[in-house]
Design a protein around this ligand. Sequence first.
Ligand SMILES: NC(=O)c1ccc[n+]([C@@H]2O[C@H](COP(=O)([O-])OP(=O)(O)OC[C@H]3O[C@@H](n4cnc5c(N)ncnc54)[C@H](OP(=O)(O)O)[C@@H]3O)[C@@H](O)[C@H]2O)c1
Length: 158
Amino acid sequence: MRIVAIAAVADNGVIGSGEDMLWHIPPDFRRFKQVTTGNTLIFGRRTHEQIGRTLPDRRIIVVTRDPDWSDEGVEVAHSITEALDLAAETPEKVCYIGGGSEIYAAAWPYLTELDITHVHQEPEGAATFPLISQREWTEVSREPHQGYDFTQYRPTFP
Ligand SMILES: NC(=O)c1ccc[n+]([C@@H]2O[C@H](COP(=O)([O-])OP(=O)(O)OC[C@H]3O[C@@H](n4cnc5c(N)ncnc54)[C@H](OP(=O)(O)O)[C@@H]3O)[C@@H](O)[C@H]2O)c1
């Protein structure tokens, strides 16, 4: 099963400030919707609640340590490995890791690909994406745009 971290990451590694969105890039939203539709998305409980609704036409798995947490239209897992096991029940779907910071870090050892929108800003924010080192990851595509680039990475030593 492909396990792909999908994130919009500022040049300083910041992905969020905890509450408000840091940027508004409609083409990035459209691309996120296009690639994740029909597939599986794993979110941390905080990111799911920040989005505030269940994204349609996708299998959504929310990771929480709270045994009593639930929400309409989503599956619940209590560890990243439990979430990946659930996702593996539909291996034909790509399993996208949709964040946030804690979930990217927890899923890091299991990732087969990165799908990163590099946003050319340096905002302040506590939520960050793990360091993408060239030793670990090789950039295989880059599509430059005004203020952001769509990029994809594969493991350097698969
Ligand atoms: N730029 C982007 O592409 C992007 C994408 C997504 C999110 N974000 C940003 O990221 C920020 C949120 O990230 P975050 O790190 O604060 O929160 P998060 O990763 O979305 O969610 C954290 C929550 O997930 C659960 N969790 C984390 N690790 C777990 C584990 N190993 N086992 C079981 N449950 C686990 C816990 O839920 P409980 O507390 O319920 O136990 C924890 O509080 C926001 O600022 C958001 O805007 C940015």
